[in-house]
Design a protein around this ligand. Structure first.
Ligand SMILES: Nc1ncnc2c1ncn2[C@@H]1O[C@H](COP(=O)(O)OP(=O)(O)O)[C@@H](O)[C@H]1O
Ligand SMILES: [Mg+2]
Length: 301
């Protein structure tokens, strides 16, 4: 086995290190991460749910020994949840204690000190010491446009401006990953500031490796059948029958369930009984059943 000096030294070293923590990445994705590190640019990851976007940030945090800071986006999210807010209770107590001994503008200066600042993930990322944090801005497509606009200064310059404290610049560029399930198109200005990588469902070999490593108790034959079945589901002509294809997490969970049921060979009955693991929508479960024979048919030569 090659001895690598640092996981970030080369694309191969990074791929190897990610695999070491159980994350199997295609080379294009490892290259994108490598470049994000080298060029100190944020990386926007887009792809269907369950293809490994969030997991990548966790794996990178482990591999690079950098703290993971996570911002889960949602509609209506405010800056104070992303960046900072003031500890109002602390400020009030301070004002009460100081009101007889200090002049009002001195008190005002005192309550806007860093000790009353509550740091949220973006600010924590900027202030993390070298080598810097991994900042995951997860599901940014769920946030609204004003929030995207707010991110621009951070994404472009790794800095933010806090009115009471001035501009805060990163001590070490955080490895910043944005993810999107593509429920809507992101603002062009956000995209321009980021490197971009589309994550596809894994090919069969990669999914086989993932399921093997996460469900080692499954027989080789069962793992093969699971990955082949799921891969067929996701591809034409079957994919169109479903609203949402199963992700990697579903394959893994399905393999675990089949092991728990002592399944040796996939058959229509066991698939029907466990379809709720693959699909989380009633319509998709219903659409699966009439296709089972075709899905289970031996592969055309
Ligand atoms: N490349 C991968 N290697 C190993 N496991 C993976 C990989 N991609 C996804 N997984 C598994 O699938 C699950 C779902 O992935 P996740 O990152 O939550 O998807 P997303 O954020 O794209 O919706 C993870 O918890 C992990 O177990
Ligand atoms: Mg995710």
């Amino acid at each position: 086995m090659a001895v690598e000096s640092s996981p970030a030294a080369s694309i191969d070293a990074l791929a190897h290190a990610l695999q070491g923590v159980g994350y199997h990445a295609p080379r294009s994705l490892v290259t994108a991460v490598f470049l994000a590190l080298k060029l100190q640019r944020p990386l926007l990851l887009e792809g269907e749910p369950g293809v490994g976007k969030t997991e990548l940030a966790k794996a990178l945090s482990a591999v690079l020994s950098r703290p993971l800071l996570r911002l889960q986006c949602y509609d209506g999210m405010e800056q104070r949840e992303a960046l900072y807010e003031w500890n109002h209770t602390g400020q009030l107590l301070h004002m009460n204690a100081a009101r007889h001994s200090a002049a009002p503008d001195q008190i005002e200066r005192e309550v806007y000190q860093e000790r009353y600042l509550i740091r949220r993930p973006l600010l924590q990322a900027l202030q993390a010491p070298a080598p810097g944090a991994v900042l995951l801005i997860d599901e940014v497509d769920r946030a609204d446009e004003p929030f995207e606009a707010f991110l621009l200064e951070y994404l472009g310059e790794y800095q933010v401006t806090i009115p009471e404290l001035g501009t805060i610049r990163a001590e070490a560029a955080p490895l910043t990953l944005l993810t999107s399930n593509r429920t809507r198109d992101l603002n062009d200005a956000v995209k321009r500031r980021c490197l971009y990588q589309w994550l596809d469902y894994p090919d069969r070999d990669r999914e086989l490796a993932i399921v093997r490593s996460q469900v080692p108790q499954a027989s080789a034959a069962l793992t093969e059948q699971v990955t082949q079945f799921v891969s067929r589901l996701r591809n034409q002509p079957f994919a169109n029958a479903f609203q949402r294809s199963p992700g990697i997490a579903e394959s893994v969970e399905w393999a675990k369930a089949l092991v728990a049921l002592d399944t040796l060979v996939l058959d229509p009955e066991v698939i029907q009984d466990t379809a709720g693991i693959l699909f989380k929508q009633r319509e998709d479960v219903a659409a699966l059943l009439p296709l089972l024979d075709q899905l289970l048919a031996p592969e055309a030569a």
